[in-house]
Design a protein around this ligand. Structure first.
Ligand code: HEC
Ligand code: HEC
Ligand code: HEC
Ligand code: HEC
Length: 440
């Protein structure tokens, strides 16, 4: 039986998640003052070396962040030679570490009026860049009577909510209308960016522990659901960028929104694009990696909507290439994903769902849908997340997959060395290991 308090907590968390479905103000644009990492990092607060036994959070979050989380070094990156070179090639008036163009993502960069006493830009992607400006919650969040809902009201950002969390991550890992890495910035030397919520949460590394107590305070956490929502919101945001003012660069569409490797590869490297959904010889496709994943996810949620979505995505690719109202078609895809997101949020992924998603991903690959690198890269992160979950829920002896996963990872480690034929071979091996390792 569920305890009444647990039930109340779940109802509350559902309320909180429906609130979070509305647009959340990203921490950078909050009206409260940001207080700086020095306000969180004392050894009596979140800067303990050891985790505390009698606290519901770890208390060593600062130590994890400063030692191993790349976000703590995001500002320092702007001082290195690569950044200097990028700034020079772009002809920026200020150096990278003074330019808002770079600081908006490589640091927590609220307007000067919102800088508290200990705020310093060199903190990089600081606690408040994700958790929200601390002015109103810093004191009260440690009081015994503090509740999560109360903290949210005072400006804490709802990082526990999948949709709100991935919107936050993507504001820097994909970009928004306000901050963005254009194809020009990439061509000046910025690395290509990719993102997958579940994988990136784990390699962060996580400075939090999802346990009974977390569930009680913050609701449910499900890695596969996070992966699925991450794919849907990514697709949504990508289309939003295409449809907004960022979607153009002179006569051309903004190339960064398209599949890099549909242009960047050797001419002798034939990719048989004609076999692929929404493609044809010589067509430049919008980066469809997350749409490919979404196809598997949608099938588990609603078969009819999945078919509609697939048709809409295919029509969009063709319309963009043919110049027939591609943007109108992109809007139709957007609407279809908007309907899907709350359904994914409410879905409980069963063992059957996981197995079918896994096989679906592999079969798409064998059908030649990951001919270009970015689809393959997303597929590997997806396969890893789903395999991990299948292992933990006892559906699969994970050891049996370790060699296959390592091989897949190696095949996508370098986009310039990616070969779809070897990738398909590795998928075939994975499929047979799954058949052997399945615990029925
Ligand atoms: C929209 C957000 C965004 C903007 C704007 C942005 N970056 Fe980045 N940058 C990122 C992210 C995210 C990464 C990490 C990518 C990854 O590893 O997946 C990154 C990575 C980098 C790296 C490689 C870091 C490393 O550890 O090797 C450099 C160098 C860099 N950025 C410099 C710049 C410079 C210079 C500017 C301004 C001209 C800039 N960035 C603007 C988000 C951004
Ligand atoms: C890149 C974004 C990001 C940064 C930077 C970040 N966090 Fe977090 N933090 C998260 C996410 C995501 C969670 C997990 C979801 C949740 O519990 O709300 C989390 C959870 C937490 C939790 C709560 C764990 C629980 O059980 O409720 C604490 C405490 C915390 N972070 C402290 C910090 C501190 C202190 C810093 C700075 C040293 C920091 N975080 C920096 C994203 C971030
Ligand atoms: C304010 C901008 C910003 C936000 C918000 C943000 N990131 Fe980042 N993230 C960056 C930048 C910039 C880098 C690159 C830092 C570097 O290379 O030194 C980065 C790097 C990373 C890396 C390391 C990637 C690698 O190649 O090793 C991971 C993992 C990551 N972020 C996960 C997340 C997750 C998960 C979230 C959301 C909870 C998030 N980030 C939110 C800006 C941001
Ligand atoms: C529609 C085709 C197209 C797409 C899609 C595309 N690019 Fe490009 N890219 C170009 C062209 C054209 C140039 C300019 C080539 C030149 O200067 O010789 C270029 C230049 C570059 C350069 C500089 C190369 C140099 O010689 O200095 C980089 C880096 C780059 N692109 C990265 C990317 C990334 C990353 C993506 C995907 C996010 C991408 N491109 C998507 C066509 C494309």
């Amino acid at each position: 039986m569920m305890k009444p308090t647990t039930l109340v907590a779940i109802v509350l968390s559902l309320l909180v998640s429906s609130i979070a479905m509305a647009e959340n103000v990203l921490p950078q644009y909050a009206h409260d003052k940001s207080l700086g990492v020095a306000s969180c990092s004392s050894s009596l607060c979140h800067g303990s070396i050891e985790t505390w036994k009698d606290s519901n959070v770890l208390q060593n979050e600062y130590v994890t962040w400063i030692r191993t989380d790349k976000h703590s070094r995001a500002y320092a990156v702007l001082l290195n030679d690569r950044s200097k070179d990028i700034a020079k090639k772009l002809g920026l008036k200020e150096p990278a570490h003074k330019s808002a163009l770079c600081l908006d993502c490589h640091a927590h960069n609220p307007a000067p009026a919102q800088h508290g006493e200990k705020f310093t830009i060199s903190d990089g992607v600081s606690c408040e860049a994700c958790h929200g400006a601390g002015e109103r919650w810093i004191k009260s969040h440690v009081e015994l009577k503090a509740t999560h809902a109360g903290n949210l009201e005072k400006g804490l950002y709802p990082t526990e909510n999948d949709v709100a969390r991935v919107q936050l991550c993507l504001s820097c890992h994909l970009g928004t209308q306000k901050k963005f890495v254009t194809h020009r910035i990439m061509a000046a030397g910025h690395p290509r960016m990719s993102f997958e919520l579940d994988t990136f949460t784990q390699i962060g590394p996580a400075h939090f522990r999802i346990d009974e107590d977390w569930h009680k305070r913050k609701g449910s956490w499900d890695g596969v659901r996070a992966w699925a929502i991450g794919q849907a919101v990514y697709s949504q945001e990508l289309l939003g960028l295409l449809l907004g003012p960022r979607g153009r660069d002179g006569l051309f569409p903004e190339l960064v929104l398209f599949d890099c490797h549909s242009c960047h590869h050797n001419m002798s490297d034939k990719r048989n694009t004609a076999a692929r959904v929404g493609a044809g010889p010589g067509i430049v496709r919008i980066n469809d990696a997350t749409f490919l994943m979404l196809r598997q996810i949608a099938k588990r949620i609603d078969v009819k909507e999945a078919a509609e979505l697939a048709a809409a995505v295919s029509a969009m690719h063709h319309a963009i290439a043919d110049g027939n109202d591609g943007l109108q078609k992109a809007r139709i895809v957007q609407d279809s994903i908007t309907k899907l997101i709350p359904k994914i949020s409410a879905h409980r992924f069963s063992a059957d769902d996981l197995r079918n998603i896994m096989i679906g991903l592999i079969d798409e690959g064998l059908d030649g849908q990951y001919g270009d690198y970015q689809g393959a890269e997303q597929a590997v992160m997806a396969v890893q997340s789903v395999a991990d979950f299948m292992g933990r829920s006892g559906m699969l002896r994970t050891v049996t997959l370790r060699a296959d996963l390592t091989r897949l990872l190696a095949l996508v480690a370098n986009d310039e060395k990616y070969r779809s034929a070897s990738f398909e071979q590795a998928l075939r091996a994975l499929k047979s290991s799954i058949a052997k390792g399945s615990v029925k």
